[in-house]
Design a binder for this molecule. Sequence first.
Ligand SMILES: [Zn+2]
Length: 414
Amino acid sequence: MRYVRLISLCLIASQVFAQNPRPPQRPAQSTVYLLKPGQVFDGESAQVHTGWVVLVHDDRIEGVGPAANVKVPAEAKIVDLPGTTLMPGLIEAHSHVLLHPYNETTWNDQNAHESLALRVARATVHLQRTLMAGYTTIRDLGTEGAAYSDVGLKQAIEQGIIPGPRMLVVTRAIVATGSYGPKGFAAEWTVPQGAEEASGNDVIRVVRDQIGHGADWIKIYADYRWGLNGQAAPTFSEDEIRLIVETAKSTGRAVAAHATTAEGMRRAAMGGVETIEHGDNGTAEVFRLMKEKSVSYIPTLSVGGANNQRKKAVFKLALDSGVTIGSGSDVGVFPHGDEAREVELLGAAGLSNVDAIKAATSVDAKILHMEDKIGRVKEGLLADLIAIDGNPTKDLSRLHSVKFVMKNGTIYKQ
Ligand SMILES: [Zn+2]
């Protein structure tokens, strides 16, 4: 009898879980669009294609090519986009949607004085601006004190509650014990930090815990400004980084490393991370090592500031080494919605216009292991498509003139 009661209890419980409240999804109706731009940049070829059309069926690209070659079903809705260049939705490989520019509020004060609710409310606006600027996928590299709220924001977008780009998230990010901030408090105080501290074998637990909370990538700080005179110095040992990478990798996840010193970059590359962010003091030797280890470089030129000339020189070393260069701007430090400034700066620093746009489309897609889903205008891929007024392969500043945004086959801007 007790057994029967247990079973019926389980049945009730399973019904409760089956009815687990989720907001209503959009009704599953088949939608077909025929997009007719002036030309198509497919994310790969150097040439734009004039007279091409793109057929979208639900969330996928079903056909692309010269108008005469694409079979159009009668129910297709025609979207005329004259004078525009249709291209893959842009990808931002390094964002912080939970930060806003430091000239509005310092990083310390955002961490210590802004409530989680305030920060999340602001982030919802950032996400909308990002999507409307043509960025349909972002890798958000750390909430900077806002706990795991990137996971909730990602869910809100996926459930259609707020508009925003597709998100890959890292949650809190990982810093070596004692290295990060906010700093400047009395030594006997314990102050919540902008990322999660770990040292030694404990890095394994922290990686697993962040994965348990929803991390898609793991982000570490391989160096930080904690040297004797406040200059940047390495944080984790090569062994610690290797442990972090192994732990993440055994679940299929990759690691991104903030590093501005040559030694921090070297340890990160030797430890097995997949992307190195910033790299301000990269040397020819360390870029060669990155190339050899297939580590991609995200230079974040947008936050180069006064050091811009030096950063350009370092960028030239990276370019000469043949290392893969992706587009990630560190947006949040500057206003959300202005991510395309990174693509312009990649062009100004030495990439051809086409290669700069590829960095933010097909190259970033590959770096994020999503090349079979996004980053190109290609049959079978997700319908993440934007239309630019004019031709960005001739003039990168056109990327700020986004006339049309489609993500997953849904139109957000027209
Ligand atoms: Zn960053």
